[in-house]
Design a protein around this ligand. Sequence first.
Ligand code: MN
Length: 295
Amino acid sequence: MKLCRFDNDRLGIVEGDEVLDVSDALDAIPPARWPFPVGDPLIIHLERVLARALYMASSAPRRPLAGVQLHAPVANPSKIIGAPINYREHVEEARRDPGISHGREIKTIGDWGLFLKATSSLIGPSEPVRVRFPDRRNDHEIELALVIGKRGTRIPRARALEHVCGYAIGLDMTVRGPELPSFRKSIDTYSVLGPWLVTSGEIANPNDLELSLAVNGKIRQRASTRSLDYDCERLIEFASRFYTLHPGDVIMTGTPDGVGPVQPGDVIVAEVAGVGRMEVRVVADSSEPASPRGV
Ligand code: MN
């Protein structure tokens, strides 16, 4: 099933070029009081919501997909985890290009570990990426995104995919520079998740998905998750050795080669086979004319 969040607070099932409005299924989420449980309430109660949504689907109002605003399918992840240098060809391009490496020695994901992106950076495809520092290099990175459905810590590889409730396309937008990745990749709007959540049962093998990204109609990135260094199971095992994973947590699995800059006015089209396709605009963030000096 393709589950989307649209028009701010609506829940939909995507079927072809239509959205079935199943927002009333959200009533399956029990009311909660402070202190709220960690994790996204929709994902915590996803099974119940999906059961009700399926029951409602045949009589649900239908809207044309092209006429709705699509938001990040997970509204409130407790964390967004990033995987650096997780495709060999991207490791090689990062070593070749000082505009990517900025003097850092490019090692392996095992040496570097993972990083976190601020949840305040999250948007869906209907919102534009706002370039905050136009005088610096702002790159696109397409990634398969895993959405965690079940809390877990020290998850063994053999059980890893049981903790995934679905998949989405992730854009790990990045300002290049000397700062630590968590800082450079956490700018508002620099984490795009969409266009919807494809429930895990629809993806037979997340380590065998073609992905591609084009800017203004020109293909920049094209690869398969077969080329991941740490595959999806290993990323979950690795992440959960350090962090408890909560329902709604997002793991962006890393980007293949072909990363490159975008500018205001550009249109990014990102596609992951079996998941979907999304178009994301890039605009200037006029509130910040230039990067701060001395940072
Ligand atoms: Mn990345």
